[in-house]
Design a protein. Sequence first.
Length: 112
Amino acid sequence: MPSAVCRALIAALCLPLALFFAFVGWNKAFASLEDLARYGSWTIHLPEALGRIVGWSEIFCAIGLLAGLTLRGRRAALIAALVLVANQLIAALIHARQGETAALPQNGVLIV
C-alpha cells in the first residue's frame, strides 16, 4: 500500500492532467472546426469524425486518470496514461509534419 506522500503525489499529478485532458477533449469533441483551427488543435488535420473520436477518447482517459486516485482504479489509470502518451506522440508527429513546431514543447511536457 502506498504511503500518504505517494498518494498525495499521485493526486497532484492525476488531477491537473485529468482536468487538462477533459478540457481539450471536450473542445475536440464539441468545438467548431474553426475554433479548433484557431487554437491549434492537431485534430484539425484529421477527418472530422476521427478528430471528434480523439476528443472523446481524451475525455474517457481523463476519467481513467481520476480512477488512479482509488486503489481499484490503478490499472485503469495506467492504461489511460499509456493511451494519452500515445495520443501525444501522434499529436507531436502531426504537428511536426504540418510545420507547427511551436506546439511540440507542450507535447513533450505532457509525455513526460
